[in-house]
Design a protein around this ligand. Sequence first.
Ligand code: UDP
Length: 153
Amino acid sequence: MKGNYTFTIIKPCAVQSGHIGAILGDIADAGFRVAALKFVRLNKKEAQEFYKIHEERPFYGELVDFMTSGPIVVAVLEKEGAVEGFRSLIGSTNPKEAAPDTIRAKYAESIGRNAIHGSDSDDNAKIEASFFFSRNEIFNSEGGFVENLNAAQ
Ligand code: UDP
């Protein structure tokens, strides 16, 4: 069964360019409910850990430097089929290939400075949400705590 939660980051470039409100508006317009939200800045060790899966890729150092270059907005979002639906909403990694009206087509500057992150699987959504949020920071639609994103799906 497809899950109902995904995790996102509004990246430093989009925060710096003043796009937080517009991006959150696009997310709401697409039918996602915000289950958790905060404004944070990663240190180098945290960014290296979050992107560990890309450790061997040539862009890893640049990605870590970029993701620590300024504050980011992190959020957990709820909608039926959230992971897949959100990946469609944000568009391709490379904004030159992103479909028109996607968040990356509208706000990304380049493949590195591509405005937004979206989890690529239900398991990764849970891992990434847990990286930033504790159990009393993620809320269901009634305002109660979401104890376990996978169990809630
Ligand atoms: N990235 C990059 N150069 C590349 C490919 C990826 O800087 O050639 C960055 C980009 O910010 C991307 C992130 O690394 O969002 C993670 O890459 P992934 O392939 O997982 O893309 P995503 O799932 O974010 O679309």
